[in-house]
Write a protein that binds this ligand. Structure first.
Ligand code: TRP
Length: 453
């Protein structure tokens, strides 16, 4: 992505550039860390099927709606609504997005920090030399300790801030153009090894044979929240990137491609983790530590596993960074606009605020474990509030805005680029129907369920 400047709005250089930027934001810890452990907590294949249905029935139409808002207004999240609906007060949607991104970045940075520690461990060949018992306790010993996770969180957040302070440089974009395929190849390799482990069949069955008996309303909420989190929806990100997209780009195609890339990464991560979980007798419902507990086992059993671990955690960190900068950028852009701050001042203030919140998240897994709000640790609370509450509300407002306020003509106009692209009417009709009725109904029903159950 090119840097935004004040003299005129810049845009992405090519369709591929947009795709890489969007996929860079979408593919991250959501795919490699959050998806596998949610699959494990929510019963496997049935959860995955519900997740896929949400990605395609709701995720793509909502991604498209945010694209429409961003590209049509050519403005960032907060201004976009005001430009498109000047007589009404929609600015609060931008504020919600900023709050949501603040919560996300706080715990995202902690998990990114875990990635740093695990990269350091892989350089020391800790996984290939440790005994099985040590591998099992390694993650909990580390994540519940006080200082190392705090230092790692500080490093991760500093790197994120360092990149954001100088604008989203071409460097990171071209770097992710190389690293995303590398990550893909490494993940495929790990998945193949995991799928062929003795005892891995149970994991394959867990991933592909649905057991509907465990499914309840919470499964739907978790799947919807994950679809939003993984596609970076309902939080102003796609609106902002959409505003850098030129008028001749095929935004429907881009939305579908982004969703597909994101889903493929998530499924590969599932195939890399679950068979190994079963083969090594780890509990699939282990929670947020699942990936960090499971992968070192696999590395310990692979030829050249020590080196693959280095590559993997390096790639994971890059995937995390291309996402964390996009989350921070939403906050920075709004802070600069709202308080007329220089980029540097905005980054320093936001860094300090998020650093404190992130420290609380990190400590809530160890020394502050007893501090609970509505029964959740601070870490869990931030994750829950963002993915299961704020992003869904943001998505609902976006859908409402596009389907009921902008209307079908505007949507047709944006999808076909003013009539120059041939898109069959039934496609537009279906998307419109999904946006107008199905998406809001599904989000509202699922959100209400969590309060009554
Ligand atoms: N989608 C990213 C992931 O899967 C996380 C992310 C990036 C995000 N930007 C976001 C989440 C904006 C919410 C909002 O890791």
């Amino acid at each position: 992505m090119k840097k935004e400047n004040n003299n005129g709005r810049e845009s992405f250089s090519s369709s591929f550039g947009i795709l890489v930027a969007l996929a860079g934001s979408a593919v991250g810890l959501g795919n490699l860390w959050r998806f596998p452990y949610l699959v494990g907590e929510n019963g496997g294949a049935a959860f995955i099927l519900i997740y896929l249905a949400f990605v395609f029935l709701l995720g793509i139409p909502i991604l498209l709606s945010e694209f429409i808002i961003g590209r049509r207004s050519q403005a960032s999240a907060r201004k976009a609504f005001q430009i498109l609906a000047p007589d009404e007060n929609w600015g609060f949607v931008g504020l919600l997005a900023v709050i949501c991104c603040t919560l996300i970045l706080s715990f995202y940075s902690v998990v990114g920090g875990w990635g740093i520690e695990y990269l350091v461990k892989s350089f020391k060949f800790d996984f290939t030399s440790a005994s099985d018992e040590n591998l099992a306790s390694m993650f909990s010993t580390f994540s519940t300790s006080t200082w190392t996770p705090l230092i790692c969180h500080t490093v991760f957040l500093s790197v994120t801030a360092g990149i954001v302070v100088s604008g989203v440089k071409k460097g990171i974009e071209s770097f992710s153009k190389v690293m995303m395929p590398v990550l893909f190849v490494i993940m495929i390799g790990i998945a193949i090894r995991s799928l062929t482990l003795p005892g891995g069949e149970a994991g394959v069955a867990y991933l592909f044979k649905p057991d509907w008996s465990e499914v309840d309303g919470h499964t739907f909420l978790a799947a919807l929240g994950q679809a939003f989190f993984s596609l970076s929806l309902g939080s102003g990100m796609v609106i902002t990137y959409g505003s850098y997209v030129k008028k001749h780009e095929h935004i429907l195609k881009l939305s579908v491609e982004t969703a597909l890339a994101d889903t493929i990464f998530a499924l590969i991560a599932g195939c890399a983790i679950m068979p190994a979980v079963f083969a090594f007798g780890i509990s699939p419902g282990e929670g947020p530590g699942l990936v960090f507990i499971t992968l070192p086992y696999i590395f310990g059993k692979l030829p050249m596993g020590g080196y693959i671990a280095i590559l993997f955690f390096f790639a994971l960190l890059l995937a995390a960074l291309t996402s964390s900068i996009s989350v921070m950028e939403v906050i920075i852009a709004s802070a600069m606009e709202e308080f007329k701050l220089k980029r540097k001042t905005a980054v320093i203030s936001v860094f300090l605020g998020i650093w404190v919140l992130g420290c609380l998240c990190s400590l809530s897994l160890g020394p502050l474990n007893e501090w609970k709000v509505v029964g959740k640790t601070i870490f869990d609370l931030f994750d829950y509030l963002s993915a299961n509450v704020l992003m869904l509300i943001g998505g609902l407002l976006v859908v409402f805005f596009v389907a009921w306020k902008l209307g079908k003509k505007a949507m047709h106009d944006e999808l076909t680029n003013g009539g120059t692209l041939k898109i069959p009417n039934w496609v537009i009709d279906t998307l419109y129907f999904l946006l107008r009725f199905i998406a809001p109904a599904a989000i509202v029903i699922i959100m209400i369920f969590q309060y009554v159950s």
